[in-house]
Design a protein around this ligand. Structure first.
Ligand SMILES: Cc1ncc(COP(=O)(O)O)c(C=O)c1O
Length: 397
């Protein structure tokens, strides 16, 4: 694995929340924009504004390559995956529509859906996954009715790490004329994703996790053939285009990108995306390395710690995220000892996914979660297994 040059004595395993550290080129790109460019893209015609616009366009092109899209204008930048999911979900659904989703969803999907259900705009079917977090595509097929407008699925669980069979689900959606929305918050930059091959209509991504961009970056990608007029914008406002009109522009990306973009963040996202695509051996290599770390952690912990319980299965495809606990000590105490005594950063609790924890039987306490990044090493895992063993033996009390 790559050497981390910027951490100081900290083991950071909270990469499923946001990745840290970022590659140096990400920080440098943000500083370059902040100190040398600084202007507002797409607004003024001066050199600095044009340079800012070029950064944004290059970032769109980088996302286009990442998701095997054709038209970069179909990449819509948002402040995070949550905003992208809200645009997609609220933008396409109308009164009387039926939606199918899964019990592995993050609250950024479940909450907007639940709100629409509560307001009696939509009806909702939540398909239970098995305990490994995997969905049976046949269950989706069986739940489709003439009212089904959308299937929205989390590509990989942020709790268990398990990856859904989106190719099969996308095929079912296509056969039935159902819009397929995929939450790629955890998988962008970690799993190779081809928007067309998977028949995805709308994809949401986070820029600050597996793409190693700064926080405040993310986006919605609309498939090349998908009629974007079917998506109502969430925000209306200034776009720098058609300024003589009080109507929202009806072309991409302006239809959905009102207000000044986070160009500092996008500069970093561009650097992060180019870094993982060109400097790491590529996404297949990242995927394989994360799975090696995952395997190593679970096996070492199971071998050495009597009270270790993993909820993530090594028998299903994974993004390198593991949910676990020590059966003899609370997860909040474990997380606190890890942070305070060993400098190991992880996330504990429900991970914004209460239904996932209900599915695996860990609600309401939740679990601990380690999410590995391109910078983590086997040595860090050895240290964490040592720390967990010591905590479970009561040495810290
Ligand atoms: C599966 C999943 N979807 C959506 C989100 C929301 O991402 P963001 O924080 O970028 O809005 C997350 C964040 O943890 C996630 O794991």
């Amino acid at each position: 694995m790559l050497k981390d040059r910027s951490k100081s004595g900290v083991i950071y395993f909270d990469n499923a929340a946001t990745s840290f550290p970022k590659p140096e080129c990400v920080t440098e790109a943000v500083i370059h924009y902040m100190t040398k460019i600084g202007a507002n893209p797409g607004r003024s015609g001066h050199r600095m504004a044009i340079e800012a616009g070029q950064i944004v366009f290059k970032t769109r092109k980088s996302m286009t390559a990442l998701f095997k899209l054709k038209n970069p204008m179909r990449v819509i930048f948002t402040i995070n995956a949550t905003e992208a999911l809200n645009i997609a979900i609220k933008g396409v659904l109308q009164k009387g529509d039926h939606v199918i989703t899964s019990s592995m969803e993050h609250n950024s999907t479940i909450r907007p859906l639940h709100e629409l259900e509560r307001e009696k705009v939509i009806t909702l079917s939540i398909i239970q996954t098995d305990k490994t977090g995997i969905l049976n595509p046949d269950e989706i097929r069986k739940s489709i009715t003439i009212k089904t407008k959308v299937v929205v699925i989390n590509h990989a669980s942020n709790v268990l790490g398990s990856i859904q069979p989106i190719r099969e689900i996308g095929k079912i959606c296509k056969e039935n004329g159902v819009i397929f929305i995929v939450d790629c918050a955890q998988t962008a930059g970690v799993v190779p994703i081809d928007i067309n091959l998977n028949n995805i209509d709308i994809l949401a991504f986070a820029g600050h996790k597996g793409l190693y961009g700064p926080t405040g970056t993310g986006g919605m990608v609309i498939a090349d053939g998908f009629d974007f007029n079917k998506i109502k914008p969430l925000k209306y406002g200034g776009t720098g285009s058609l300024s003589d009109k009080i109507d929202q522009p009806n072309f991409l990306p302006d239809r959905f990108e009102s207000g000044t973009l986070n160009v500092a963040g996008l500069s970093g996202l561009l650097a992060g995306s180019e870094y993982i695509q060109n400097k790491t051996g590529g996404i297949e290599a990242i995927f394989s390395n994360k799975n090696k770390l995952l395997n190593y952690f679970i096996k070492q912990a199971e071998r050495n710690i009597q009270d270790f319980i993993s909820y993530s299965s090594l028998n299903v495809p994974s993004i390198g995220v593991v949910a676990f606990k020590l059966s003899n000590i609370s997860i909040s105490e474990t997380a606190q000892f890890l942070s305070d005594k060993y400098g190991i950063m992880c996330r504990q609790g429900l991970h914004c996914s209460p239904l996932a924890h209900q599915t695996i039987g860990t609600f309401p306490e939740g679990t601990l979660r380690f999410g590995f990044s391109i910078f983590n090493t086997k040595e860090e895992i050895d240290n964490s297994v040592y720390a967990l063993k010591s905590i479970s033996e009561g040495n810290e009390k």
